[in-house]
Design a protein around this ligand. Structure first.
Ligand code: SF4
Ligand code: SF4
Length: 472
């Protein structure tokens, strides 16, 4: 099969031979400093790189050039995302699953874990607990099980989540991470008002994919890989892709990930909204050492830097799977969204202590949301609870157009300050409040347009008086 970025067939747009060719090219040219310089010069134009070019940067081991790659990633991050970090939380609805994924404790054959599916009353409890922490943006997760978790169940949960207004809390954006499904079901999700549809490829290597997914509907590589095309056909124009690093050779996954992004852009006119970079973690019945492609922290950071350079307009997400130390490093290099105070078990938020019995993976970062917000601010970042774009209809190509024009900065920065102010007033500890208010005062001056600055100042007063949900 030949490589064809516009093909609708998985094995043509994620073409095995093209990936092998790319890796060979990258390894043969990794010390070709002239070529590396040319690629870096192109990357500095901030228009992105091809999978082949980015793969050369990833393979390059010259310490000076690697430093340049890191510096450029940091600079692009600053130019496009400033010092803001958007916060979200995963919400596990059900761990019933009929698939046999070898790296996930929810796989069908795992009989050690109790199976659980939240009732609507329990969803409500979870959402209230999440609102009481200060979350505004959720990613819902559920195993694949047409009997226990049919699309109607997911739609009911979304409806429940959006309907709950508890004190000053509200979930303003629900992103959905459920199994690959039909165009018809994607249309239903779109109509339910979801934000991003997220589906990790896990691995782009077909043979390995089939081995890691021996049973269940997920075994079908093409159906899974072509899911984003169906989602877009169903009207969802913000999609989030990702691989589970550690399942296959990282160079292979990296090239596949970028080829997927190129395919979406070529066919639908808009690339992925986000790219997630999870790594295989320990969990019940899962030992990451069994996967011989595990990745060092250093290479993990380099991958993040190269993604940042290759697709500057695509948000990058990191989860609580990573330790505080890795998060600190990788945020600087390009991550724009992180999860905070996550509980990866079904019904975990309504419990006082973090329950372990139904966890999908071991959380390495156990801090509360207040602690995460506090830490981010001390490290010089503005924690943001902004959900404005999707609610203002700025999705898909409209969002990308605004991004590419650089105008999005005029929305993100003020929205970050106003949503942070809400958090400080409603949920923060005294110490966090103090740091946050100082930060807001300082950062107001970094709003470039004078009239926007004035409006933000007026709105901050209104927020103090009890108004909520202002946005640009
Ligand atoms: S990764 Fe998803 S599909 Fe696979 S076993 Fe876990 S919950 Fe099921
Ligand atoms: S304005 Fe849009 S792009 Fe910026 S933080 Fe808010 S939702 Fe994200």
């Amino acid at each position: 099969m030949d490589y064809n970025v516009k093909s609708m067939k998985a094995e043509e747009f994620i073409n095995h031979e093209e990936i092998l060719e790319t890796i060979k090219y990258a390894n043969n040219h990794k010390d070709d400093l002239k070529l590396v310089d040319e690629i870096l010069a192109k990357a500095k134009l901030r228009k992105g790189l091809t999978h082949k070019e980015a793969s050369v940067l990833l393979a390059c081991s010259d310490s000076e050039k690697v430093k340049e790659i890191y510096d450029l990633a940091e600079q692009i991050k600053k130019d496009f995302y400033g010092n803001r970090i958007v916060l979200f939380a995963p919400l596990y609805l059900s761990n019933y699953c009929i698939n046999g994924c070898l790296y996930c404790p929810y796989h069908l054959k795992n009989k050690h874990i109790p199976r659980k599916k939240l009732t609507q009353e329990e969803v409500k409890k979870e959402v209230i607990a999440l609102q009481d922490m200060g979350h505004k943006r959720l990613a819902i997760e559920a195993g694949e099980d047409p009997e226990n978790n049919p699309i109607e169940y997911i739609l009911d949960c979304i409806k429940t989540i959006y309907s709950i207004k508890h004190k000053n809390g509200a979930i303003r954006r629900v992103n959905v991470n459920i199994a690959a499904t039909t165009v018809e079901n994607y249309k239903k999700l779109k109509d339910a008002g979801i934000g991003t549809y997220i589906l990790f490829q896990e691995t782009y290597h077909k043979e390995n994919y089939e081995r890691l997914h021996p049973t269940g509907p997920k075994h079908n590589y093409a159906y899974h890989t072509e899911a984003m095309d169906r989602a877009m056909e169903g009207g969802i124009d913000d999609v989030g892709i990702g691989v589970l690093f550690g399942l296959d050779n990282y160079q292979y996954e990296f090239a596949g990930l970028l080829m997927h992004a190129e395919h979406l852009e070529a066919v639908h006119g808009v690339g992925p909204h986000t790219i997630s970079v999870p790594r295989v973690k320990r969990a019940d019945d899962i030992d990451p050492n069994e996967f011989d492609n595990s990745l060092s922290d250093e290479m993990f950071c380099k991958i993040a830097a190269c993604i940042r350079i290759a697709v500057p307009y695509t948000g990058m997400i990191i989860s609580t799977r990573e330790t505080k130390e890795v998060r600190e490093k990788i945020i600087r290099l390009g991550v724009s969204q992180i999860s905070g105070a996550s509980r990866t078990s079904v019904g975990g938020y309504a419990e006082k202590e973090r329950p372990h019995d139904t966890e999908q993976f071991d959380v390495s970062d156990n801090r509360t949301l207040d602690e995460v917000v506090n830490w981010l601010m001390r490290a010089g970042y503005i924690p943001s609870f902004c959900t404005a774009c999707y609610r203002e209809g700025r999705t898909g190509d409209r969002f990308m157009a605004l991004c590419k024009s650089g105008q999005i900065q005029n929305c993100c920065h003020p929205n970050a300050l106003m949503t942070l102010k809400e958090f400080l007033l409603d949920y923060a500890s005294l110490d966090t409040k103090e740091i946050g208010n100082k930060l807001i005062e300082k950062e107001i001056n970094n709003i470039p347009k004078e009239n926007v600055r004035r409006i933000v100042k007026e709105r901050l007063v209104k927020i103090e008086e009890g108004d909520r949900d202002f946005r640009f």
